[in-house]
Design a protein around this ligand. Sequence first.
Ligand code: UDP
Length: 373
Amino acid sequence: MESVLKYDFLIVGSGLYGCVFAYKAKQSGKRVLVIDKRPHNGGNLFCEKIENINIHKYGAHIFHTSNKMVWDFVNNFVSFNRYTNCPLASYHGKLFNLPFNMNTFYSLWGTRTPDEAMAVIDRQRKDSGIIEPLNLEEQALSLVGKDIYEILIKEYTEKQWGHPCNELPAFIIKRLPVRFTFDNNYFNDTYQGIPIGGYNKLIDDLLKDIEVRTNTDFFNDRDYWSTVSDKIVFTGRIDEFYNCQFGKLEYRTVSFETEILNCSNYQGNAVINYTSMNEPYTRIIEHKHFEPESPFFAQNKTVISKEYSSDWTENADPFYPVNDYTNNAIYNKYKELACHEKDVFFGGRLADYKYYDMDDVIEKVLNDTEKIF
Ligand code: UDP
């Protein structure tokens, strides 16, 4: 029977999960409304143009995946440039290549061959005496040893997460490759790049011909929004959805200090991490380097953003779930409730309380919508 409600799906949040869901629903002939409390759509992918440069307003987003289905999907909407993320780390004025590779080892110890570097790391791993790492500190020491841990991991991680490394879960740094080749590519994935024309183009294409209302907060009139559609796709904080009845989940937020500089090239790279406590920020992004093919690349202006990490509070945007034991236990209680919902679907970093990358999110929507439609 045809529903009397105006929409089949109300999608709360126009981030990547919401947009891809909306696109797939529309393609299946569903009537869709997307709402977002921010003044723009695209969630944290949103870019703002300053001096003709796409500014990653909510932090650097570099698309990378090894999933061909995900890569083919995004390439239906945009082409990608050949940007390869090769961040540097600055520690007490000295620069090191990331991820941890032969270039890093050469700068640290002067080791020239994989055997020489492995010998140093093996010695330091053994010295740590750790067999089964129980936290991030032990994971790092048993993976790369004391020097790399102290120079490139410890203070950076404590700035980013606001907890001592021995209180953080080990999985956070399992994301980082360790390589015995001279390869500064941060990601191991098959495909990588930045959308030509920026992320807004991807978002706009996904939402083409779909009704979107920005500046519209679901929680300002939850009763009303619950009556407009048969089903809801919720991509916000899952604890907020359930009125924090099992307690609040912790998130980290990030803030940015953005400056326009009268020079054409400030730091010679898109990303430089500051791995010591001497600087209060975690990294400096120079946005133009994400799109070196831009006709404005050589201009005598550049834009940089210093990134600061702190605990999330109500008036800020939540960026990272803090997936430690306590928070995961609380999340599991919300998840239990979510599993019993028939007309509400959850997805994305905030609703799934997972440290997803963009490709993980797309893979999840494609799988979810395959089942739903
Ligand atoms: N990390 C580090 N030093 C670095 C870069 C990363 O110790 O220079 C650790 C840190 O704990 C961080 C984790 O690796 O939280 C994951 O880093 P990634 O660059 O993947 O974080 P994201 O870009 O998602 O913020």
